[in-house]
Design a protein around this ligand. Sequence first.
Ligand SMILES: *Cc1c(COP(=O)(O)O)cnc(C)c1O
Length: 432
Amino acid sequence: MDKVNILIKKEEKRQQETLMMIPSENYASKEVRNAVGSILMNKYSEGYAGKRYYQGNRIIDEIENLAIEKAKKLFKVAHVNCQSYSGSPANSAVLFALLNEGDKIMGLKLSSGGHLTHGHPNITFSGKFFKSVQFGTKDDGVIDYEVVEKLAKKEKPNLMIIGTTAYPLILDWKKLGEIADSIGAWLVADISHVSGLVLAGVYTSPVPFAHIVTTTTHKTLRGPRGAMIMVTSKGLKKDSEIASKIDRAVFPGLQGGPHNNTTAGIAQCLIEAESKEFKEYGKQIVKNAISLANELTKGGLTVVTGKTQCHLIVIDLRPLGLSGNVVAEALEVGGIVVNRNSVPNDIAPPFYPSGIRLGTPAITTRGMKEKEMKLISSWIISVINHFKDEKLPDEKNERILFMKNFRAKILKDKLLISISKEVKSLCKKFPI
Ligand SMILES: *Cc1c(COP(=O)(O)O)cnc(C)c1O
């Protein structure tokens, strides 16, 4: 076998034998992967269906129209663009379409569960080309909509881009829509993490309240790595030109030819999302997350906001004086793959945050249910208790050295080795 295929096989084994609990990850179906790996990638299709710059696009037009029609029907939106290469470029296109350089945007802080593209200052496109104001959460991790309203009225942003990557509660889209309307701002709802839950009917849809809705297609939607920008009828009412402004911002504004293989994957994941099984899947994702949150709380851990209403949980490790790095690295050796994450008003540096984030979309795709959640939480609790004395030093160089030694030490840890074996045998019972 050649080098690349050997590495793919290795990664496949890793995915089979460990619990993928990063909430933005999932296992796409074989049909989605077939589409993405297909000959469709050989074709150039700059432009849109019926208006291409290249010959030979009749079938590609059908594929793109299929994806668009499915998305319009499922999300109940007026216009869809599915050409953005991924979630971040999709958000860039929306800002580019609706704003002028120097306009003001407002979003939820990254450290409070927002996304980089929602105006994170200094280092991102959204924070450099626009004036950006951001809000956080209360100390308990819950958004205070009065604070959001006050900030909006004071700062009068031209656009509010709101969405979550690490916020366990359902957003109040109605309230956010009212706030945006009260200042005449655009409301862009970024449902990248939860679009699959929206389609399953277990998470409030922003469509009646927002002007634009963006989503990635590879998270709870379980499709290929890609994105969609959707214009709602409320958006069209605000600006009848908005659909073509969005399309032109994607191409030729930011991109060249669309990835037709991805477009086909998007059509396929939307067809899958129409099924009854997908609704059951979405419900089970949330049931599993709630069960996990309950078990972890019973085991003495602190879950941010005290609960979850979606697919993810953030554990606040401050009460234990532990760092997210220590716990995430240890869990990985035990076969449980999570990511470290900031907690509300975390004073620890972003590279060494005080929490971990975990989610249920991928393990629910494998068929795991509440019974398995009990088992998984018992492992997480025992790992955290086992390493409760491993405190990360404050000083920068000491911290680096500490983590280096810790990483070496945990490879030989008996508890982690035994948990990783149990994880492996659980995974065998739930093949991808
Ligand atoms: C994942 C995500 C994005 C970015 O998607 P990429 O495909 O990684 O660029 C944007 N916004 C939110 C809310 C996300 O969760």
